[in-house]
Design a binder for this molecule. Sequence first.
Ligand SMILES: N[C@@H](CCC(=O)N[C@@H](CS)C(=O)NCC(=O)O)C(=O)O
Length: 200
Amino acid sequence: MFKVYGDYRSGNCYKVKLMLHLLGKPYEWVPIDILKGETQSEAFLAKNPNGKIPVLELEDGTCLWESNAILNFLADGSEFLPSEPRLRTQVLQWQFFEQYSHEPYVAVARFIQLYQGMPEARLDEHARCLALGYKALKVMEKQLQRTPYLVGEQYSIADIALYAYTHVADEGGFSLEAFPAVRAWIERVASHPRHVTMLG
Ligand SMILES: N[C@@H](CCC(=O)N[C@@H](CS)C(=O)NCC(=O)O)C(=O)O
């Protein structure tokens, strides 16, 4: 059985939980409190030297880290990861986009607002996150006006990677009012029969 070290409120950890539910794979969830510094303990750093969750521990003790890498591992051979090279590369394209142009703003704005309660010292950074986060949402909106999922017709791990923080973007101060295609996609993803919510 898989072990997932994570925090239920973290979008990066939710990606792994959602994937496991969609695949119907059993797992044990080991709660990690980042605010208490549990990712920096020696025992945890032996699992992920970068001191971050999520970590997926396999039965043989192998520890995989980086949420989108974990998604690729879990989805291998399933309907959520196309085998055709161009489509597979487009999945990776959206996942790299998520890590470089979306998560650093949409997730960080949420961290500052939800976890930290908007400290004075981070207000400027929060405003910058909103500006750059909206830029990323516009990129998604353009694609989703053309196709039901980020990579064409098929629900893939590109969608899981981007759904995780987009569907709770309001908790970081974003409004999705101007993004109707993104809102319709959020409903589409959530309507999958094996969907599980972040806190569910
Ligand atoms: N690129 C990483 C980011 C992971 C990450 O930032 N995790 C946060 C929680 S969402 C964390 O562990 N923060 C604790 C820390 O940095 O000490 C991934 O996608 O897995």
